[in-house]
Design a protein around this ligand. Structure first.
Ligand code: BLA
Length: 235
């Protein structure tokens, strides 16, 4: 479960010039005190990006997770790529969120970067936002075209692999343009917005409770602050 999605994502990153950066000890791999559960992460150095991380949690037929965030270089004001895929086995429930997370909520910005995502969103009606977010504010770092599904996995009559593949290819179209000479946001402002993204996400992320229950509080705190959102420690 999710193995194909993970391979698709990591292969896609490496085929765009991504080089794996080695991660230390328990950040790279950690086993749970609960049976047959582990979490494994990858950090990628990718042209055009200052950081791209991937995490996979495997708790067999209880929980499966793939999570990834790509932060473009500060020189670009491109949206952050956000992927959060979770499957809860007991209820066969899928939570899938894929977005080009906007640095700002601005008409011109949306016009510039969201044509592809808008089309993808139209093609996946079941992923059109039809529920309010409980943990996050849907107007902060989420776009109006976020693909968001929360419900029975069997009611989805689509291939998640195809969706992820399409989603990544559309994101590359933005990033293949290299440096945007007509950036709407200055480099310094982009840096501040990335810091705010990490602070905000670290505060809100429902993953903390999940990690605490499988890997302990100390590991959960360390993982969130050092790996998932390292800029959250900056003021
Ligand atoms: C929801 N994400 C969740 C939930 C969990 C995680 C446990 C709650 C699921 C539920 O409804 O029961 C788990 N989040 C994780 C894990 C990691 C993590 C395991 O960061 C790290 C490995 N979340 C993101 C990113 C996006 C995102 C990048 O990390 C953007 C695409 C979105 N996750 C997101 C949203 C929800 C969610 C929108 C629903 C929460 C809500 O309703 O507010």
């Amino acid at each position: 479960m999710f193995e194909d999605l993970l391979n698709l994502l990591n292969n896609n990153i490496s085929s765009h010039g991504g080089k794996e950066i080695d991660l230390e000890g328990s950040i790279k791999y950690c086993t749970s005190f609960k049976k047959d559960t582990f979490i494994r992460s990858w950090l990628w150095d990718v042209p055009g990006f200052r950081r791209w991380r991937v995490t996979r949690m495997d708790a067999g037929n209880k929980i499966q997770v793939i999570n990834s965030v790509a932060y473009p270089d500060y020189i670009n004001n491109h949206p952050i790529l956000g992927i959060d895929l979770l499957w809860f086995g007991v209820k066969n429930r899928l939570v899938a969120v894929l977005d080009f997370q906007p640095l700002i909520q601005d008409e011109e910005y949306f016009l510039k970067y969201y044509e592809g995502l808008k089309t993808l969103n139209n093609n996946y009606p079941k992923f059109q936002i039809n529920q309010t977010m409980k943990f996050y504010d849907s107007k902060k770092y989420f776009s109006p075209w976020v693909l968001f599904y929360s419900g029975d996995f069997d009611e989805l009559d689509i291939s998640l692999n195809k969706l992820l593949d399409d989603f990544l290819n559309i994101y590359w179209k933005i990033n293949d343009k290299k440096v945007d000479k007509h950036a709407i946001i200055s480099q310094e402002e982009v840096r501040k917005l990335h810091i705010n993204y990490d602070i905000y996400s670290c505060e809100r992320d429902p993953a903390h409770g999940l990690f605490k229950s499988y890997f302990g509080e100390e590991w959960a705190n360390n993982f969130l602050h050092k790996f998932l959102f390292p800029l959250s420690n900056k003021t």
